[in-house]
Design a protein around this ligand. Structure first.
Ligand code: PEP
Ligand code: MN
Length: 364
């Protein structure tokens, strides 16, 4: 069902191979001058493919700047006329879609708060029916891959064929280095489930800080994602929204310059052979891990039977805490992170409990 997906300015997708597809522009359109000056600065870099600016801003709290609304659309149209850059903006309801299409917006994106809401996404999808427009879908604020893919399917079912996804991180209550948790395993899983859909990264909303935009962008390149959406403002200090995370067009130029681009595949047979040997070793170790898991579960089965026959509960908390504690200690000495050991042993433990529960509930 998803064949022929292709993002509009990526009609000639080959042209972009080997470099990130770059969307840049301010968080919000504020004034005609700010919109134009930022666009001219970006055009001058020669490395930006699409201009972005938020016209309607979904804000977490009320009484902050909620965007200039439709009066900013002619400014975007002017950017397109004067720079030749395709233009993009966020839509959160049917009215936004109609207005943006009226002004020739080339790419509509669905924001993280909207993609979390299937009713809103469906309304937007219905409003897009029959339009020749590209759509980018940001991940929902909550780390739910199926919800993200579901939003994409709603848009696709409305007949839109030019679709891409944007990873912008996930909301968190924890105070962390980033504004939004990257949880890279989720976009990685998306890429493996839907390899034909372009996947961009929004380092601005992930990091929340201009000085971290490069690191997150590099990470996206290391993972071989297709492009970036970077918030760029002619004078970030006075930006009316997301001031801390916006970079100037010049700074974006330096970021692009410094990015190390990784080739998706080995270059020749000798590289392929070296990687092939190492991968064989990994496969062999993975087989051993599976054998060990099998042996472990065999013992778990005996424990389960013993507990069943002697009427002892499955979960023995103190035993579990001891396992996790000593494993983390031992793992640290082997250079394995606390997080890795914790997650791995939790998964193993859960599987053991599942096996035992089955035994306890299948009485002889
Ligand atoms: C934005 O791109 O300006 C925006 C509001 O992003 P998000 O939906 O990712 O928060
Ligand atoms: Mn923003």
């Amino acid at each position: 069902m998803l064949e022929n997906l292709n993002l509009l300015p990526l009609n000639e997708w080959e042209e972009y191979k080997g470099r990130p597809f770059m969307i840049a522009g301010p968080c919000s359109a504020e004034t005609e001058k700010q919109v134009m000056d930022t666009a001219l600065g970006l055009k001058a870099l020669g490395k930006v493919d699409v201009y972005r600016a938020g016209i309607w801003k979904p804000r977490t709290r009320p009484n902050s700047f909620e965007g200039v609304g439709s009066k900013g659309l002619p400014w975007l149209k002017k950017v397109k006329q004067e720079t030749g850059l395709p233009i993009s903006t966020e839509v959160a309801n049917a009215k936004h879609v109609y207005e943006a299409l009226k002004f020739g917006v080339d790419i509509l994106w669905i924001g993280a708060r909207t993609s979390a809401n299937p009713f809103a996404v469906q309304e937007i999808a219905d409003a897009m029916k029959g339009a020749d427009v590209s759509v980018l879908i940001k991940n929902p604020v909550n780390p739910d891959l199926d919800l993200w893919i579901g939003a994409m399917e709603r848009i696709h079912q409305a007949g839109i064929k030019k679709i891409g996804m944007i990873h912008r991180g996930f909301s968190t209550y924890e105070k962390i280095k980033y504004r939004n948790l990257p949880q890279w395993q989720i976009p990685i899983e998306l890429k493996s489930r839907l390899p034909q859909i372009p996947l961009l990264v929004d380092p601005s909303h992930i990091s929340g800080r201009a000085d971290l935009v490069f690191d997150v962008s590099q990470r996206a390149m290391d993972l071989n994602f297709d492009g970036l959406m970077v918030e760029t403002h002619i004078n970030p200090k006075v930006a009316l929204s997301d001031a801390k995370q916006q970079v100037t067009p010049e700074e974006l130029g330096q970021i692009i310059e410094q990015l190390v681009l990784r080739d998706p595949k080995p270059h020749n047979n000798s590289e392929l052979n070296i990687l092939g040997d190492l991968r064989q070793k990994i496969d062999w170790i993975d087989d051993q891990l599976l054998d060990l898991f099998e042996q472990r579960m065999e013992i778990v089965k005996h424990i389960g039977e013993y507990k069943r026959d002697n009427n002892i509960s499955v979960l023995q908390n103190s035993r579990w805490e001891e396992i996790i504690y000593t494993s983390i200690e031992k793992g640290a000495k082997k250079g394995l992170s606390r997080e890795f050991i914790n997650n791995t042993f939790k998964a193993i433990h859960q599987e053991s409990i599942n096996h035992q529960m089955e035994i306890l509930n299948n009485r002889k």
